[in-house]
Design a protein around this ligand. Sequence first.
Ligand code: T3D
Length: 263
Amino acid sequence: MNAEPAVLLDIADHVATITLNRPDRLNAFNEAMHAQLAQALDRIELDRAIRAVLLTGAGRAFCAGQDLAERQMGGDTAVDLGATLDRLYNPLIRRIARLERPVLCAVNGVAAGAGANLALACDIVLAARSATFIQAFCKLGLVPDSGGTFVLPRLVGPARAMGLAMLGEPLPAEQAEAWGLIWRCVDDDALIAEASALAAHLATQPTRGLGLIKRAFLASADNSLGEQLDLERDLQREAGRTEDYREGVLAFLEKRPPTFKGR
Ligand code: T3D
């Protein structure tokens, strides 16, 4: 029997598109999906020709978080959820944060639990107007994971973050945009076209500069202003040595559009 892959990876025109592909389970994470997503990221990390990543889901949902069928209680062997975070979810979120290429998420439908926080771990989040974000963890007696307790208060402030985490109510995409949780909410039938166009645009931009922006933002969470100013100096020095910087300045002075090579 030929099982459908749990993750699809398509690479074209310098854009890698990853599609979570368990639509009948609302793209909930099982072991196979984790393994295949990790393989897709291995491939992307190694291929410097990939200059932007687009993550989305197949079917009506983006991702319903952990596949709870894999957590069926029975017998006396309790799953160590700390171990599954260490082994699966935490490396995934760290890899997206550290990948020095822009990662765009097209949230095509409900994003619940770790699915919501996977989306929020991406650099730019577009969502279909009908999509919702649900911090479903509290309904199971769990804590928001996959970076939720880190990004939520930073993105929407502690009051809204706490309400989302403790009530677990669906947050509609329009509200998510209004609260600053995501970049933009778009009409459902425009989502894939808009996300693909944005990914294509990002793939033509100064990739190393964009990667350094990610590095700076990531570090800012732990740094004082002084440390961050020093880091900006170091990163700007690095950015100033790229071919793309030279091209950007030349193109500006020559009054022509730049052609960035990502190096
Ligand atoms: O475990 C660890 O390693 C720790 C890490 C935890 C991370 C987490 O993500 S914990 C949070 C887990 N996720 C949830 O609690 C969300 C559960 N799902 C839902 O609350 C709802 O399904 C949704 C709100 C997402 C969507 O609701 P709705 O009404 O649109 O769809 P539905 O009818 O509930 O779901 C459709 C099918 O998908 C259904 O199966 P069926 O009846 O057609 O055979 C449903 O059981 C299945 N499904 C949805 N979510 C999950 C799932 N199956 C397994 N696991 C799921 N998470």
